[in-house]
Design a binder for this molecule. Structure first.
Ligand code: CDP
Length: 701
C-alpha cells in the first residue's frame, strides 16, 4: 500500500510537471505566432472543410510539419487521429517531441494522457490518448497491412513529398484508392518544400480507371472483412475538383553563395579547410552545417576536425563536432537540437537528412560537398547499389537555404559554378531507380494483384517491375500464379527488406533453428557500420589486433555475430569494451535496440518461442546461419574465376571484396555471398561471407 504522504507527493510532482509543460507551451506560443504559416491557419482549415485533399507547398521552416496537425486537431471532422508521415526516424521523433512541447502535453508512452506520439521502425511511443502521431512512411505502410481502411485516422498528412521516395509514391497511391473507395471522408494533406505541385494536382484529379481495392481472388487480403469490402465502381467516383492548394511563403534571409574556382579531387580536405576558415575568421555565434555523403566520410571528417581543433589557441571559440546520419542512435541524433555550451561553435556533419526534413537551429554557414549517396537499381544485375552521385540543383538550393533560416548566411559550395549548372534540375523519383521488390510485396500484401495498374504518381519501368516479381518468386514470397504466398505475407509484416525477411523465416524453421543468432546479424546489418572506420594501413593493422577475438574466417556475418554476443555479455563497462575492440559503441547501442525490437516482433509473429534460450553457437549452427542468408540472397553470390576475380552468378559482373570486410586481402575461396553491392571507383561487395557452391545446389534442388 502506498502511504498517504507518498500519494500526496506524487500528486504534487504531477502537478509541477503539468505546470512546467504549460509554462513551456505559453513560451513557445510566441515563436509559433512568428511562423509564416501561422496567419494562414483559417484558410487552411476552411480549405479542408470543403475539400478532401490539400496540397501545401512552402519553404522548409515555414511551420508545415509542426503546425498543420495542430491547426486541424479541433476541426469537427477530425474525430480520430492525425497521422503525419516522415521519411526519417530522427525527424519523426524530434517533431513529435517539439509538437508535444508546443501543446503542453507529455510525449508518447510516457503518460496515458499524452496527445502526441510517434512510431518508427523498432520504436513505438504512443498512448491511449494519442491524437497526433508522427510516423515514418514505412510504419504507415505497415499499419495499412493491418488496418486497410486506416480507420483510426481522420487525416493523413504526407510530409516531404518532394523527396519522392518509393514509400511516398506507394502511400499516395493507396490513399488515392482509399479516398475513392472505403474512406470518402478521409482528409489527405500533401506537403512539399518545393513549389512544383502540378504533377500532384494532376494525380489527385485523375480518375482511376480500375480501382485496385477489390480483391481479385477468392482469398481476401490481410485483415479484409466482408462488410467493409466495397469495390468502387468507376462511374461512381466523386467529382475531381476536390483539391485545394496553398503556398506558404518562407521566412528566408539572403544567403551569399561562394563556389570553388577550380574543381577539387579531395572534398574532405576542401571541407576541412573551409570549416576552419569559417571558424577562425567569422565571428560567433553561427553554427556550421556540412553536407557529406555518408557515415564513413562523416566520421573521417569528424576525426580530422577534432584532431586539428586541439591545436587551436584559446583565442578561438571551442568546436563541438556533431554527426548526423540515419544510423546514428537516437540520443546522439537529438544532440544537434540543443544549444551549444558558451563560447562554442557547433559543426554539424550531416547526410542529406538535414536538407529539408530536419531543421537544425543556429546554422549560419553551410558547406556543401555537392554529393549524396543514392540507391541505384542496376537492371542488368538485378541489384540495388549505393552510389555517390552529384545532387540536383533543387537539392543544392535547399542546402543553401539552411544558412538563411534565422539571419543572413553564407553557403560555400565545394564545386564550381559551371558544375552547378550541369546538375539535374530536380531529384529523380526513387521509383525510377531502385529495387522494387519491397514495394511490390507491400502492394500484393494489400490485395493489389495487378501491380502494373496501380495508380503511380510516376509509373516505374516495366523491366524493374518484372525483376521485382522474379525476385519475390525466387524468395517464395509469391506463388507461381503471382499471388502472395503465406511466406510472402509473413515477410511483408516484418520491417525488413524481402530478402532479409526471408532469411529470418528460414532461420525460424525447425531444420535451421538459429533465429536468435540471425536476429543479431540482421540487427548489425540494419545499422550501417559497427566497426570504427580505419583508413590507413597502420590503422588497419591496429584494428586487426584489437578485434582479433571477434574476427571469423568465415566472413562478416559470423564476425558480426561474435561482436554482438561479446558486447551483450559484457556487463561492466561496454563503452570501454567497445573502445578496446575498436567497435563503435554508438552503433552497438543501436544494434541492441534493433535486436530487442526484432526479437519482440518475431515473438509476436510466433516465429520465436517465449522462452527461447541462447546457447553458444557451434560450428554446425554457423553453417546453418550462412545457409539461411543464402536463402535470401541467392542472387548475391559470386564465384571465383580462373583469373582470380569474383564474378556474380547473375550478370557475370566482376566484384571485389570491400576493404571494410574481414575477408579483404584473405585467401580466395570458391564462392562468396554478400548483402550489399556498392559502386565507387569499382564494384564492391560488402557484408561478405564464404559459402560453398554445394549449398547453393542443395538449395536449388
Ligand atoms: O515543416 P517545415 O519545414 O515547414 O517547418 P517545421 O518543421 O514545422 O518547423 C517550424 C519551426 O519549428 C522551426 O523553424 C523550428 O524553429 C521549430 N522546430 C523545432 O524547434 N524543433 C523541431 N524538431 C522542429 C521544428
Amino acid at each position: 500500500m502506498e502511504s498517504g504522504a507518498n500519494i500526496k507527493r506524487k500528486r504534487e510532482d504531477d502537478s509541477t510537471g503539468r505546470g512546467q509543460l504549460q509554462q513551456k507551451r505559453i513560451k513557445l506560443l510566441e515563436s509559433r505566432k512568428q511562423l509564416p504559416i501561422w496567419h494562414r491557419q483559417k484558410g487552411i482549415r476552411d480549405a479542408l472543410r470543403e475539400h478532401n485533399v490539400l496540397i501545401l507547398s512552402g519553404e522548409t521552416g515555414s511551420g508545415k510539419s509542426t503546425q498543420i496537425p495542430q491547426f486541424l486537431l479541433s476541426q469537427p471532422w477530425c474525430r480520430e487521429k492525425i497521422a503525419v508521415t516522415q521519411p526519417r526516424r530522427v525527424a519523426a521523433i524530434s517533431l513529435a517531441r517539439r509538437v508535444a512541447e508546443e501543446m503542453g502535453t507529455p510525449l508518447g508512452s510516457s503518460s496515458p494522457a499524452s496527445k502526441v506520439g510517434y512510431s518508427v521502425r523498432f520504436d513505438e511511443s504512443t498512448s491511449p490518448s494519442t491524437r497526433i502521431k508522427f510516423l515514418t512512411e514505412g510504419m504507415l505502410l505497415q499499419e495499412m497491412l493491418r488496418d486497410k481502411a486506416l480507420s483510426q485516422y481522420s487525416c493523413v498528412v504526407v510530409d516531404e513529398v518532394h523527396e519522392r521516395s518509393v514509400n511516398i509514391d506507394l502511400i499516395l497511391g493507396f490513399l488515392r484508392q482509399l479516398q475513392l473507395t472505403r474512406r470518402k471522408d478521409l482528409k489527405v494533406v500533401v506537403m512539399s518544400a518545393t513549389a512544383d505541385v502540378d504533377s500532384l494536382r494532376r494525380f489527385f484529379a485523375a480518375k482511376l480507371s480500375m480501382p485496385d481495392e477489390a480483391p481479385s481472388t477468392d482469398e481476401k487480403p490481410d485483415g479484409a472483412d466482408d462488410e467493409s469490402w466495397d469495390g468502387f465502381p468507376e462511374n461512381d467516383q466523386p467529382e475531381t475538383t476536390d483539391i485545394a492548394t496553398c503556398h506558404v511563403e518562407g521566412r528566408q534571409y539572403p544567403v551569399v553563395t561562394q563556389y570553388l574556382d577550380n574543381p577539387t579531387d579531395d572534398v574532405l580536405e576542401a571541407a576541412l579547410h573551409r570549416i576552419f576558415q569559417i571558424h577562425c575568421k567569422e565571428p560567433t555565434p553561427g553554427d556550421v552545417l556540412v553536407f557529406m555523403t555518408g557515415q564513413e566520410t562523416i566520421q573521417a571528417l569528424q576525426k580530422l576536425i577534432e584532431d586539428l581543433a586541439q591545436g587551436l589557441t584559446t583565442d578561438y571559440p571551442k568546436m563541438l563536432v556533431l554527426p548526423l546520419f540515419a544510423a546514428l542512435p537516437q540520443a546522439a541524433q537529438q544532440l544537434i537540437f540543443q544549444p551549444p555550451p558558451r563560447n562554442t561553435r557547433k559543426i554539424i556533419l550531416t547526410t542529406n537528412i538535414a536538407e529539408t526534413s530536419v531543421t537544425v537551429p543556429g546554422v549560419k554557414y553551410v558547406v556543401d560537398t555537392g554529393k549524396a549517396k543514392v540507391k541505384q537499381f542496376r537492371n542488368r544485375l538485378g541489384l540495388d547499389s549505393l552510389l555517390v552521385k552529384p545532387i540536383s540543383q533543387s537539392s543544392a538550393d535547399q542546402r543553401k537555404g539552411r544558412a538563411g533560416r534565422e539571419a543572413p548566411g553564407q553557403c560555400y559550395r565545394l564545386y564550381t559554378e559551371a558544375s552547378y549548372k550541369t546538375l539535374d534540375k530536380d531529384n529523380k523519383p526513387e521509383i525510377l531507380r531502385c529495387d522494387l521488390s519491397q514495394a511490390v510485396l507491400t502492394m500484393k500484401a494489400r490485395g493489389v494483384d495487378d501491380v502494373l495498374g496501380f495508380p503511380f504518381l510516376t509509373p516505374p519501368p516495366q523491366e524493374a517491375m518484372g525483376k521485382a516479381l522474379l525476385q519475390l518468386l525466387q524468395l517464395n514470397a509469391l506463388a507461381e500464379d503471382g499471388k502472395i504466398s503465406t511466406v510472402g505475407r509473413k515477410i511483408a509484416r516484418l520491417p525488413l527488406t524481402p530478402a532479409l525477411g526471408r532469411v529470418i523465416l528460414e532461420a525460424a524453421t525447425s531444420e535451421m533453428d538459429c533465429l536468435l543468432e540471425v536476429i543479431d546479424i540482421v540487427a548489425c546489418l540494419s545499422v550501417e557500420h559497427i566497426f570504427t572506420a580505419v583508413d590507413t594501413e597502420e590503422g588497419r593493422e591496429k584494428a586487426q589486433i584489437a578485434r582479433s577475438q571477434l574476427l571469423r574466417r568465415e566472413g562478416d556475418h559470423l564476425t558480426y555475430l561474435a561482436a554482438v554476443q561479446a558486447y551483450a555479455e559484457e556487463q561492466s563497462d561496454r563503452r570501454r569494451w567497445a573502445n578496446e575492440h575498436m567497435v563503435s559503441h554508438r552503433a552497438m547501442q543501436s544494434v541492441m535496440d534493433v535486436r530487442k525490437q526484432l526479437t519482440a516482433q518475431c515473438r509476436q509473429a510466433k516465429l520465436l518461442q517465449d522462452q527461447e534460450v541462447r546457447v553458444a553457437t557451434d560450428e554446425a549452427t554457423q553453417e546453418r546461419i550462412l545457409k539461411c542468408f543464402l536463402r535470401g540472397y541467392s542472387t548475391k553470390v559470386a564465384r571465383l574465376c580462373p583469373d582470380g576475380s569474383y564474378k556474380t552468378f547473375t550478370g557475370n559482373q566482376a566484384v571485389a571484396i570491400h576493404p571494410s570486410s574481414v575477408l579483404f586481402g584473405r585467401k580466395k575461396v570458391e564462392a562468396i555471398l554478400y548483402n550489399q553491392f556498392v559502386y565507387t571507383n569499382k564494384a564492391y561487395a560488402r557484408d561478405v561471407s564464404v559459402v560453398q557452391l554445394r549449398w547453393l545446389e542443395e538449395m536449388l534442388q
